[in-house]
Design a protein. Structure first.
Lengths: 128, 128
DNA sequence: GTATTTGCAAATCGTTTGCGGCTTG
DNA sequence: CAAGCCGCAAACGATTTGCAAATAC
């Protein structure tokens, strides 16, 4: 099953990666997989809540394995735009703020997307 | 110049709209424009800071005219996912939180995207 | 042998670009 | 005539789907 290969690669990558990225890594690793399959497994992981999704600035969808703690627990990310590495962050104040604003303007079924992008210490240093 | 037509339509729409959307409205209005032109003008408006950009859940880029007050002033949006209408909102606490988190993890060149989606009062009501 | 997984090729879809034609000053 | 605007047609890049072959149970 290619599923495990996809999962392993995504886990090994350790950060947010696009389907294309994972596909490239698998191929580079000599593995024989189809792009379609990669997309399907990534989707599945996301559906099951085993992977988090973040859409990058270019509009690409990126995935990252998330620990069971994070699973089904509302949180946001601080993502390195250079290497994809990410920290899980929380902000009760933000949640409250979003809800308050929505109420104030009479909006219902509120949802929000909050992503913080930056360059991690390692990547900043590597930029010598 | 088709530019004014695009600007007017976007302004009239009063909310966040995709290029395709604006194009459709113009055509429906009997106007003769090319999709390419719509994209180009929308891009230009965004570049000049005369329009705000929000990428919706489907990954489509949507634009909305923004007042001069909003121009070049950092703010976020509370967007109605049904009709595109939006309110400009601010959250000093959120800005601070993002910066703090980034510092805490050693990330530099911090940026963030914060969008709040909901269903506005009118659309909620219309759902009778 | 029936259900599931796989992957190639083709189709979608939003968006961008090449480029010749038209407009304007 | 030169500079800028237009828009058709083609190119693009990410993602999805049809479908038949390969595999699993």
């Amino acid at each position: 099953m290619q599923g495990s290969a996809v999962r392993e690669t995504l886990a090994d990558a350790g950060g947010f990666r696009s389907a294309q990225d994972i596909y490239a890594r698998l191929r580079a690793d000599g593995q024989s997989v189809g792009l379609t399959t990669v997309y399907r497994h990534l989707q599945a992981l996301a559906d099951q809540g085993r992977a988090d999704i973040v859409r990058n600035a270019e509009g690409e969808v990126t995935y990252r394995m998330c620990g069971e703690a994070a699973t089904s627990h509302h949180h946001h990310h601080l993502v390195c735009r250079a290497c994809g590495r990410a920290e899980e962050i929380e902000g009760p104040a933000v949640e409250r703020w979003a809800r308050t604003m929505a109420e104030k303007f009479g909006y219902t079924e509120v949802e929000h997307t909050v992503e913080v992008f930056g360059t991690c210490a390692a990547c900043t240093a590597a930029r010598a």
